[in-house]
Design a binder for this molecule. Structure first.
Ligand SMILES: Nc1ncnc2c1ncn2[C@@H]1O[C@H](COP(=O)(O)OP(=O)(O)OP(=O)(O)O)[C@@H](O)[C@H]1O
Ligand code: SF4
Ligand SMILES: [Mg+2]
Length: 330
């Protein structure tokens, strides 16, 4: 359904030199109909940027340098505006990482919900109001009639998040991108929102890209996982295989740093060092400053190699280990 191919995005610096600073580097991510794909990686790795590129909502200073954004075979980067508007926000919905910056403080919840329904679905005011109230009910908002007339600041974080979901699903999208949909919420609300997403998916056969720092949530919800590091995809796998046997040293470290994913919950492991800034990327593997398996070979960028079935890894060591294992087994 969605096939992001080799997407490279850079930011233009604000100074006179207008230098281009890379942010996404050859990112390829695809998702099929009805599938749930998890997108993980530390802060600043490019998860939100990849989603914003799909939505056509990159910041003004961002430049798509190369790549394709194929949606049902059409490249979103080259569609005419009218065609593109039928896809983004309609067939693809997005729940943004920060609901307060994406909901307007100046319009009531009702108006913000009705806007898309009237503009994209051609509904009359009466039809749009009925549908908006249905949607508020569906996402579990008590007293939809009251909330319809309220402004975002009058709602709690959990309620705002539900409104965001209602807006994102209002045009019955084929694909929903949920960027940290539960991070700011308490555990109970978190569970309710995730249940709601799973239910919507079951009902409509919708595809879901779930971005989360919470690997427990990813393990529970997703059938496939893409791991990003410093603007690149570094591992991609069926979720079960990834959690049972992560191959990339970064994926292993991420799992070890998630208490819920390890048996010894009392020990909290932290990955040493930090994600390098684009100016520090250099030519080799971007994880090598933090990697216990790094060798001289890692001064050259490893390709994203296919290991077996649906598993891909960008690491000389992991690819070598698995290939050796195969030879031994053979
Ligand atoms: N407006 C911007 N101007 C310049 N660079 C930016 C801008 N937005 C993002 N970037 C660059 O793109 C990188 C990726 O950012 P992105 O928001 O996609 O990260 P993320 O993986 O979603 O992180 P988080 O987990 O914190 O949400 C950042 O590290 C930064 O280098
Ligand atoms: S390529 Fe080398 S430095 Fe990079 S993750 Fe693999 S072993 Fe570590
Ligand atoms: Mg983000």
């Amino acid at each position: 359904m969605l096939d992001v191919r080799d997407l490279t995005v850079a930011f233009q610096s604000k100074d006179k030199a207008k230098t281009l600073v890379p942010a996404l580097d050859g990112v390829s991510i695809s998702i099929g109909r009805g599938e749930t794909l998890g997108l993980v990686g530390e802060s600043g790795c490019g998860k939100t940027l990849s989603s914003l590129a799909v939505m056509g909502l990159l910041p003004e200073s961002a430049r798509v340098q190369s790549g394709q954004l194929l949606f049902d075979g059409d490249d979103l980067l080259h569609l005419k505006d009218a065609e593109r508007n039928k896809v983004r926000g309609v067939r693809i919905g997005m729940i943004f990482q920060d609901p307060m910056t994406s909901l307007s403080p100046y319009y009531t919840i009702g108006n913000q919900l009705m806007e898309g329904l009237r503009y994209h679905m051609g509904m009359s005011k009466k039809q749009a109001k009925e549908r908006a109230l249905d949607l508020l009910q569906k996402v579990g908002i008590p007293g939809p009639e009251r909330v319809f007339h309220e402004y975002p600041e009058q709602l709690s974080g959990g309620m705002r998040q539900r409104v965001m979901i209602a807006i994102a699903i209002s045009c019955e999208p084929d694909l929903l991108i949920a960027d940290e949909p539960t991070t700011a919420l308490d555990v109970t609300t978190q569970a309710q929102i995730l249940d709601l997403l799973a239910e919507l998916q079951r009902e409509n056969g919708m595809s879901l890209i779930l971005i989360s720092h919470d690997l427990g949530v990813i393990a529970e919800m997703c059938s496939r996982v893409v791991v990003m590091y410093a603007g690149q995809v570094i591992e991609q796998s069926e979720a079960k295989a990834l959690f049972a046997d992560p191959t990339h040293p970064y994926t292993r470290a991420l799992l070890a740093a998630t208490p819920r994913m390890t048996e010894k919950q009392e020990r909290f492991y932290q990955i040493p060092g930090a994600v390098p800034a684009p100016t520090e990327w250099g030519t080799g593997c971007r994880f090598r400053g933090r990697c216990e398996h790094a060798t001289a070979e890692c001064g050259e960028m490893p390709p994203l190699s296919r290991l077996d079935g649906a598993r891909f890894v960008r690491c000389w060591y992991a690819a070598g280990q698995t290939l050796q294992g195969r030879e031994v087994r053979a």
